[in-house]
Design a protein around this ligand. Sequence first.
Ligand code: GLA
Length: 392
Amino acid sequence: MTIAQDAARALFTDLTGRTPDGVWSAPGRANLIGEHTDYNDGFVLPFAIPHRTVAAVGVRGDSRIRVASTFADAPVDVSLDELDELFPTPIGTAPRVPEWAAYPLGVAWALRQSGTAGIGLDIAIASDVPVGAGLSSSAAIEGATASALNDLWETGLDGRALARIGRRAENEAVGAPTGIMDQMASMLGAPDAAIFLDCRSLETELVPLGMAETGLAILVIDTRVKHAHSTGGYGERRAACERGAQIMGVESLRDVTVDDLPRAQELMDEVTFRRVRHVVTENQRVLDTVGLLRAQGARAIGDLLVASHASMRDDFEISVPELDTAVDAALAAGAIGARMTGGGFGGAAIALIEQAALETVSDAVAAAFAEAGFITPVMFTVTPSAGAHRDS
Ligand code: GLA
């Protein structure tokens, strides 16, 4: 049993005095490439990481829903009917429950909104997904809860539909205006593969990465600069993209191609144009990455990862000095490619490296952080892993 499974089961027993009816889990994710393209109906290429959030759940005899987490001091207990009064959270305000509880309760609410009345449950949550590191600890909570409720409420939804439920919880209950990438990665991840997702059609294809057999590894460098997407820069970037699409007269930036960029530059202000250029070129980089992975394997994608980082740093302006330092130091120490991953403004970078170079690259990043006077980053390798499932 993993530490998080143990912790969730123990918490459930503390809460209820009995053992759970089942245990479900869902992973965090890293994104190989395709950043801030999801809410523009574009392309992304994330993968599920081995770190998982676990929900130990049991059916109650009444119609209350009680959630507890190893991260919180006290459980939150509401009736199923109350969920419809608590949510949606008015835009720009904090959820009416403690924020951590808005994720699982938001999932329960979103499932009810989609037509399932539900029955009372006790839910105990534990996680080994680093929080605030840009590795989608939130999608992992949503995925674990949605999987559990789907089984216990006999909703019969597939992974794609549950990802939508998770996103609705994130957008409308937590109040973070995010896209669908994280929830799709957490629900549909598969060992040693990235998920090529078309965020318009929600069609997915698994792209094998062949990490272990080709002697490659993915190093996560968590800068420990915390970020939050319910406030600030994320929403501003999203608004700039919507403005850009409107000026171009299209539904979303998915409909703008690299060839359209000169016209875009003439039509809009300089900042909006750079935001648009990031999204348009990033969509193309995702397509190019998928092509190269299939034709030549992961060693061929380094330059695209580096170009993606530069675009986020210079055009989209969502990097921070710690992320740039991580990327630059990893590349200088021989990484094949490196880029920040996730929403930005902090969080983590990933570096694609030769397994044999793990120590050299990690030491170089640690030294560069020390030299710059940054707090010590946390580094670990990740293998692309399975998506959400019932554990027991
Ligand atoms: C966050 C959001 C995602 C996506 C990324 C940026 O992780 O949750 O929907 O927009 O940022 O690619």
